[in-house]
Design a protein around this ligand. Structure first.
Ligand code: GLC
Length: 541
């Protein structure tokens, strides 16, 4: 198997505001990440993705970029970044940055110029339209953060488009100069040595050139996110987006050589059939983010199996490398969402399915959503949609819990978001406990690294004879690992005797590689014991 780092590795997402503060302002910074590099290496992860670190007024906490080629002083300097990168590389860790090409900050000099006059050379770098005949917005398009997607600009008498905050005007990707500028920013960081990019809202880059209204979504219900009221057929997944992505891919290819590829993973919330088209012909995203687990409502053995089977098959059809995600800075913590009791089974799933896992910081110690008291809310999505408790992303963005101290070892002052329960859920305590969630995570990454079956082998699900159990085999070169996940509370005994392959004296005996309850030894395939909510990895004879 000749696999690239981004195929066999594990990616770890850091939300820099919340990882480690070193200058006592209650907000994490780049020297903080550098300080924690040994910890990152100890996790057995292979790459770190940093949410945006670029110059920004922080209206959307860095997803509003005012300079694509510099570091915001809140996080440090370019020199701090270089130090982080060198330190990571010295430990064998790759570093990926978060490229935000769909929109800039309204404080970016490009937008300041663009809004200055209708004949400014940068006017067409953003999306400007005349008012509707009644003076209102040009069409019915909506913002993800609630409200309309157009803001009127008094100076020039036109509206500009923003699918997020008014402070995040959309760049006009139909304009080749805009594309050249963003590709230039990619080259800037690639030249500095970054290994790849996570690309923000990549599926939104193209927009319908005639700006028609979007149709109502008949399935929308009161209480759902307001943005879902419309079917986004003119703002999402447009054909030209694939061409834009191919241009980005070509830049990455310029900086790749055999055995070492620079890569991109695209943020794409689309159904499976559409998602896989973003592999292109091997000339688009290396990985289109698979959020299908992340957005699941019914986290049951049957539903997960169905999803894993369909996704794996679709990746094969498109010749794309699969990937899996259980958490990010926009989605509630999976330990809270799927239930504490299913936490280790879910973690096992993420790290044993076929494809690259992306881990969200803190999930390795079992951090949960944190309730945000009134007055401490930060997320503009939540603040603009107060009637919808689902809109805020603050609960999953709270500071990393390093120790049991007053500020959890994250900072020396009260952090920008409140801390979660960190008396026991913290790195220091879990380091000391060989059976902690942290050490379970490490056991998984270690096995994954050691066994080609797990980091590169085939996947096939099987029927374990019980509706609460999801079972699958990972295999490579005649070696097979059986993964058993019990989504239910009951202790079970499973007859898996049909799955032994070799006629030997011990054909029925399967060695325990890892169990979420830390039991060791072996199981007879004719009667495999699986505890309630247990995750069990067996070496198949
Ligand atoms: C992406 C980011 C999210 C951000 C939005 C606008 O969805 O993940 O955090 O608010 O894009 O950039």
């Amino acid at each position: 198997m000749d696999l690239q780092w981004w195929q066999k590795g594990v990616v770890y997402q850091i939300y820099p505001r919340s990882f480690q503060d070193t200058n006592g302002d209650g907000v994490g910074d780049l020297p903080g990440v550098t300080r924690r590099l040994d910890y990152l290496a100890s996790l057995g992860v292979d790459a770190v993705w940093l949410s945006p670190i670029f110059t920004s007024p922080m209206k959307d906490f860095g997803y509003d970029v005012a300079d694509y080629e510099d570091v915001d002083p809140l996080f440090g300097s370019l020199a701090d970044f270089d130090e982080l990168l060198a330190g990571a590389h010295a430990r064998g860790l790759k570093v990926m940055l978060d490229l935000v090409p769909n929109h800039s900050s309204d404080r970016h000099r490009w937008f300041l110029e663009s809004r200055a006059s209708r004949d400014n050379p940068k006017r067409d770098w953003y999306v400007w339209r005349d008012p509707a005949p009644d003076g209102g917005p040009p069409n019915n398009w909506r913002s993800f953060f609630g409200g309309g997607a157009w803001t009127f600009d008094e100076t020039t008498g036109q509206y500009y488009l923003h699918q997020f905050l008014p402070e995040q005007p959309e760049l006009n990707w139909a304009n080749p100069e805009v594309r050249a500028a963003l590709l230039g920013a990619m080259r800037f960081w690639l030249t500095r040595g970054v290994d790849g990019f996570r690309v923000d809202v990549i599926w939104l880059l193209g927009k319908h050139g005639e700006f028609p209204d979007e149709p109502e979504n008949p399935d929308w219900r009161e209480g759902h996110m307001e943005h879902g009221r419309l079917l986004h057929v003119h703002t999402q997944d447009l054909p030209e987006t694939h061409g834009y992505i191919r241009e980005m891919r070509a830049v990455l290819d310029e900086f790749s050589r055999p055995g070492f590829e620079r890569m991109m993973v695209g943020e794409i919330y689309l159904p499976l059939e559409k998602l896989v088209t973003y592999y292109g012909k091997g000339d688009e995203c290396h990985l289109p983010f698979n959020f299908l687990l992340l957005t699941m409502q019914d986290f049951s053995a049957g539903a997960v199996r169905d999803l894993a089977d369909r996704y794996d098959a679709a990746c094969r059809e498109y010749d794309g490398w699969p990937n899996w995600v259980l958490g990010n800075h926009d989605q509630h913590r999976f330990r809270t969402k799927f239930g504490v009791e299913r936490y280790r089974a879910a973690q096992t799933l993420l790290l044993t399915l076929r494809g690259t896992p992306t881990v969200y910081y803190g999930d390795e110690i079992g951090m949960e959503n944190v309730a945000i008291p009134p007055g401490r809310a930060q997320d503009p999505s939540g603040l603009r949609q107060k009637d919808n408790p689902e809109a805020s992303r603050d609960p999953e963005r709270t500071p990393m819990q390093w120790d049991a101290g007053a500020f959890a070892g994250f900072s020396t002052v009260e952090p920008w978001l409140p801390l979660g329960e960190h008396a026991s859920v913290n790195v220091e305590a879990q380091e000391a406990d060989p059976r902690s969630d942290l050490n379970y995570f490490r056991a998984l990454t270690l096995l994954r690294r050691q066994l080609p079956e797990l980091h590169g082998g085939e996947y096939v699900s099987l029927d374990a004879g019980h509706e609460d159990v999801f079972a699958f085999v990972r295999s490579h070169a005649g070696q097979r690992v059986l993964v058993l996940l019990n989504f239910g509370a009951g202790d079970l005994t499973l007859d898996l005797s049909g799955h032994a392959s070799r006629a030997s004296a011990h054909a029925e005996r399967a060695h325990v590689l890892l169990s979420s309850t830390w039991r060791e030894g072996h199981e007879e395939l004719g009667g495999v014991r699986l505890g309630g909510y247990e995750a069990l990895l067996l070496r198949l004879p």
